[in-house]
Design a protein around this ligand. Sequence first.
Ligand code: ADP
Ligand code: TYD
Length: 210
Amino acid sequence: MNMKKRGKFIVFEGIDGSGKSTQVKKLAEYLKSKKDKTYTTFEPTSSPVGSILRNILTHRIKASEQTIAALFLADRLDHIQNEVNGILKMLDNGFHVICDRYYFSSYAYHVPHVSLDWVIEANSVAAKLLRPDINLYIDITVEESLRRIQANRATTDLFETKERITTVRKNYLEAFERLKHIEKIKIINGAQSVDAVFEEVKLAVEDLVF
Ligand code: ADP
Ligand code: TYD
């Protein structure tokens, strides 16, 4: 008899430096301390499609914006369905899956190069297969993002970076507004201390998990 309880799919979203990976780690440690089986993952993945994407992101390969958006979707479909370590398989095996970025990243990063309608429509395949139990958006300002990036990196093209991050943040908020009736979204103020942000993460997740 299969008594395994299906795990929950918890997604973190946010602009660069918002604290996603910090919170993914804290939540995984917390759930593990409660003896819950937990698996952490991220997009773009480390699969073959994911490595093509990393080569594109680092300018080693060139591709059109539509190709890039489609590759992210292909990477996501494999991430969901892979028979060895796909998210659906992990959830069925009773693991909570915590994921750093999912389809809202596509809505935020590919618009306006491709239309929001197009990216949402393309990703409806992924949404049908697997909708997050919750999307946790760690919200920081563009200025805070730039401060954190500058503290961590040797060189940045400030003008381009600021422009890009501003667009991405605006796109996230528009996509949340657009999909708020079908997606579970929790916006968390990421300007607080790491521990204060985590308290809010815990509150949002405890409702689901325990
Ligand atoms: P992301 O994965 O969203 O890019 P990270 O978790 O890597 O973000 O955090 C980016 C940087 O900001 C890191 O140097 C991290 O230590 C720092 N950081 C994370 N959360 C906070 C916070 N709440 N307040 C201040 N700095 C933070
Ligand atoms: P990475 O450095 O791995 O992640 P992070 O910046 O969160 O630490 O880079 C991921 C990049 O990929 C990031 O700039 C956002 C982008 N991205 C997309 O453009 N579309 C997507 O669908 C996803 C999941 C990510």
